[in-house]
Ligand binder design. Structure first.
Ligand code: HAM
Length: 431
């Protein structure tokens, strides 16, 4: 049997309702903060990621889906969104003569990783980028908006971890200090970290190996190698975050897996996600646009993994409200024809309606009505049609009334509205 490739998933009910909830929430938060949506291609020239993310990173070194197209171009399925957004900003001159650009995006990304809970080969990100602003206020606004999305989704048990990885110049001196510290101890490091010693020593700090972690705990700290400007910037970010009520923790070992970061680096982690604890990651990347051939443009942003958001919503929240308000049951030629028209009319009045098309016996259809979670069932048989009525059954308590057909839509609208009012009163008294 043909199967979906490892690390990919089909999404459908009921999980998809959570995806829709996330999408709606993000659209709302972004619109309120005046961020505009951008959609960039799923594949880009391989060189964009090699230059942007960095040859020495795991992503570029071993995780990219790269192929040659029929025109002999090397293309890669995007492993992340920042490089593509930066390419679009440069190519389309979206920043024009300066100014500040606030963008957000949502969509699939691809990394050839070992699939496990919260880690997919095709995964989905929501991301945000602020381009053209070097001020610490931009970092703080971006981080607070990530927090806002998570808060509005009702996700709890989160922690914002923050570090500054300095400028390229700051890091140059730090790299020397790290090499001097780790080289005499290389025999005790895990094989991956030994490999990183020459290619990318900063990433040793990010090792998950307990022995390497113990050694890394005493390594020189990046903050001690920052220039005065980088330190001031970092202090300002933290002070703005405090003003915004975003609690955060300094994490000296947070270095992130992409090479483009400068100064602020952060992650939002959840203790409810197991090994893949980062729900959001991001930071500042003041040199990336220049490296890609654009003019020097300070920028900051983040991305969240949608699969991880869904896992958190599933573990932290109860059932989603039912998708439909009305379930329409009918049997017999005239009744079935009438029900088809009634369903259309209900939907035109913004009442979500599922029409049972099975033609099965009433008790079977009514069982499905109860299982659907709908508030009301509308029952139409040929008897009802000849009397010019429909039976409306409240599925929560089983009460039933006959309503003249021309009044059915109004009757249902009122019932659904009254229930919504009762539910919001209920919520208000609870909080
Ligand atoms: P990243 O840390 O590589 O950053 O990814 C951001 C988030 O995407 C992670 O925190 C995680 O939630 C999710 N994620 C990453 N890989 C996977 C995977 N294989 N399966 C499921 N979820 C995953 C970036 O991608 C940067 N572009 C973020 C950024 C934007 N920095 C500045 N602007």
């Amino acid at each position: 049997m043909l199967q979906a490739p490892p690390g990919t998933r089909d999404l459908f009910e009921p999980e998809i309702a959570l995806w829709q909830k996330i999408e709606q929430t993000v659209r709302q938060v972004m619109a309120l903060a005046a961020y505009r949506e951008i959609r960039t291609p799923i594949f880009e020239p391989t060189e964009l990621f090699a230059r942007g993310i960095g040859e020495a990173t795991d992503i570029v070194g071993k995780e990219m889906y790269t192929f040659t197209d029929r025109g002999d171009r090397s293309l890669t399925l995007r492993p992340e969104g920042t490089a593509g957004v930066s390419r679009a900003v440069i190519e389309r001159k979206l920043l024009g003569g300066g100014g500040i650009l606030r963008l957000w995006y949502m969509g699939p990304m691809f990394r050839y990783e070992r699939a496990q809970k919260g880690r997919q080969r095709q995964f989905h990100q929501i991301g945000l980028e602020v381009l053209g602003c070097a001020a610490a206020r931009a970092d703080a606004e971006a981080i607070a908006l990530a927090q806002q999305v998570l808060h509005q989704l009702g996700i709890i048990n989160l922690i914002v971890r923050l570090n500054s990885v300095g400028t390229l110049e700051d890091r140059h001196t730090y790299r020397e200090a790290l090499l001097a510290y780790f080289t005499p101890r290389q025999g005790e490091l895990d094989p991956d970290s030994r490999d990183r010693l020459t290619r990318n020593p900063l990433r040793i700090l990010d090792s998950k190996d307990p022995q390497t972690q113990a050694i890394a705990a005493d390594a020189p700290k990046l903050l001690d190698y920052l220039s005065a400007e980088s330190l001031t910037h970092f202090d300002q970010v933290r002070s703005h975050l405090t003003d915004l009520g975003v609690a955060n923790e300094l994490d000296h070992t947070l270095v992130r897996g992409l090479d483009y970061y400068t100064r602020t680096a952060f992650e939002i982690q959840s203790s409810d996600l197991g090994a893949q604890s980062a729900v959001c990651g991001g930071g500042r990347y003041d040199r990336l646009l220049e490296q890609l051939g654009g003019s020097p443009t300070p920028a900051v942003g983040w991305a969240m993994g949608m699969e991880r958001l869904v896992l958190l919503l599933e573990s932290q929240q109860g059932e989603m409200p039912p998708a439909v308000s009305v379930y329409l049951v009918s049997r017999g030629g005239a009744a079935e024809a009438q029900a088809l028209v009634l369903a259309q009319s209900l939907r035109q009045h913004h009442l979500s309606t599922e029409l049972d098309l099975s033609g099965a016996k009433f008790d079977k259809q009514l069982k499905r009505a109860s299982q659907s979670g709908a508030q009301l069932a509308v029952i139409l048989g040929d008897d009802e049609v000849s009397q010019g009525v429909a039976q409306i059954k409240h599925l929560s308590d089983g009460t039933q009334v006959a309503v003249p057909l021309p009044e059915v839509v109004d009757h249902i609208s009122n019932s659904v509205r009254q229930r919504a009012i009762a539910e919001s009163d209920n919520l208000l008294t609870r909080y």
